[in-house]
Write a protein that binds this ligand. Structure first.
Ligand code: NAD
Length: 388
């Protein structure tokens, strides 16, 4: 008998130029939208202008907040909630990477509580979202975080110097995720590599997590193969829409997998590192991934052998033992990091041995708990030392 599971997902629109469906999706909820985006990348890429044109043509009233920085903070959310105090909108739409989507997701998610209970965001942190907020549409422009299908937002609290999911609720799942691979063409190689490695890490962690279930495993292993085999080409040939499409799809199904199972020790460690050192989340994940795979490999060897197998061509794996496949998988990840020109050590992010105790102290949460092998503080220290 298969174990029971629950699978959450937004309505998903995927494909080239599916961006043009945005007005129709907004109109399902009303006629005014708050668009949340970053400070310059979307404007420079001409995507904000395109959005303004199609919204104006559809006679939708729109307000633009071009305010979100990478590695978003509580202040980013407060600024937008302040704006909404004076303006009524029917829908919130995020246009950007994981940082933008996470900020807009909280804004839409907490809106009902903040307005009904007349409290501030800081007063509400720590409480559960039980009242539906504003309908939320997520339009990702990176291919990596999968935040367009998840129920949480990872935000930095600068006062406490921590980065964590400040809210987590099925009510935060976007109503619609519009995944158009064309929007990722303008991503420079570094961001393509970092966000792509985030997606690959999420897929690997979702495949081996203690919370794995059959549906998520099949999505995760497919994502591992697609992302592993195509990421280098996406970095080298960013204008190639066929490759961008594969990475966008791989990222989407990777996220559906982890959103409905869990992650592991890479993500447990990556959040405190992200709060203490201003490094991109995908880069931190990429550096830690082979070391955590090494730590986990003996607990679920069949799964790690399967990972090694799907990352190689069929002629390369003929006659290989499981142990050989496991090592081939870990080596593949190490080589991929070099091939996409990402840092391969924490040292390159400015992290030293003296920082390890603080990182370990701040590491916890459900990702760590669902790692396939239980990791105590000594284990985490060892993983970080290896990654230095
Ligand atoms: P990001 O959103 O921080 O963006 C990185 C940079 O890329 C920014 O400068 C942005 O302006 C630029 N950019 C985005 N799209 C572009 C495009 N198409 N062309 C040119 N430039 C573009 O990066 P990210 O990796 O998408 O998101 C990282 C954040 O997402 C982290 O804070 C991480 O913790 C979070 N995250 C959240 C979840 C979740 O489920 N909520 C999951 C994973 C990661």
């Amino acid at each position: 008998m298969m174990p029971n599971f629950v699978f959450y997902s937004p309505k998903i629109l995927f494909g080239r130029d599916i961006f043009n469906e945005i007005p129709t999706e907004i109109k399902a909820f009303g006629n005014s939208v708050l668009v949340v985006t970053g400070k310059s990348a979307m404007r420079k890429a001409g995507i904000t202008d395109r959005l303004e044109t199609i919204l104006a043509e559809a006679k939708i009233t729109y307000y633009l907040m071009e305010t979100v920085d990478p590695e978003p903070t509580i202040e980013h959310i407060e600024e937008i909630l302040d704006f909404l105090h004076n303006q009524q909108v029917d829908v919130v739409l995020a246009l950007g990477g994981g940082s933008v989507i996470d900020v807009a997701k909280v804004v839409a998610g907490v809106f009902g509580h903040i307005t009904k209970e007349q409290i501030t965001l800081r007063e509400f942190i720590g409480h559960n979202i039980t009242i539906p907020g504003l309908p939320f549409i997520a339009v990702p422009t990176t291919a990596g975080t999968g935040s367009e299908v998840t129920k949480n937002s990872v935000i930095i609290d600068k006062q406490a110097k921590i980065k964590r999911s400040i809210f987590r609720s099925p009510l935060m799942i976007p109503k619609v995720a519009i995944v158009d691979p064309c929007l990722t063409i303008s991503m420079p190689p570094k961001i393509t590599a970092a966000s792509g490695m985030d997606a690959l890490t999420q897929a690997i962690e979702a495949y081996v997590t203690r919370k794995a279930n059959a549906l998520c495993e099949s999505l995760a292993i497919q994502a591992i193969e697609i992302l592993g085999k195509n990421l280098q080409r996406a970095v080298e040939d960013g204008a190639n829409i066929e490759i961008r499409e594969k990475i966008a799809y791989g990222s989407l199904i990777s996220a559906l997998a982890f959103a409905n199972s869990s992650l592991g020790a890479v993500h447990g460690l990556a959040h405190p590192i992200g709060a203490l050192f201003h490094a991109p989340h995908g880069v931190i994940c990429a550096i830690l991934l082979p070391h955590v795979m090494e730590f986990n490999k003996d607990v679920v060897p069949e799964k790690f052998a399967k990972i090694g197998a799907v990352l190689h061509r069929s002629e390369e794996i003929i006659g290989k033992t499981n142990s050989e496949l496991i090592e081939m998988g870990i080596d593949f990840i190490k080589n991929l990091l070099k091939a996409v020109h990402l840092p391969t050590s924490l040292h390159e992010l400015g992290i030293t041995a003296e920082n390890i105790p603080r990182i370990v102290k701040d590491t916890g949460g459900s990702s760590l708990n669902n790692n396939p092998r239980k990791a105590n503080p000594e284990d985490l220290t060892h993983i970080l030392e290896n990654a230095l």
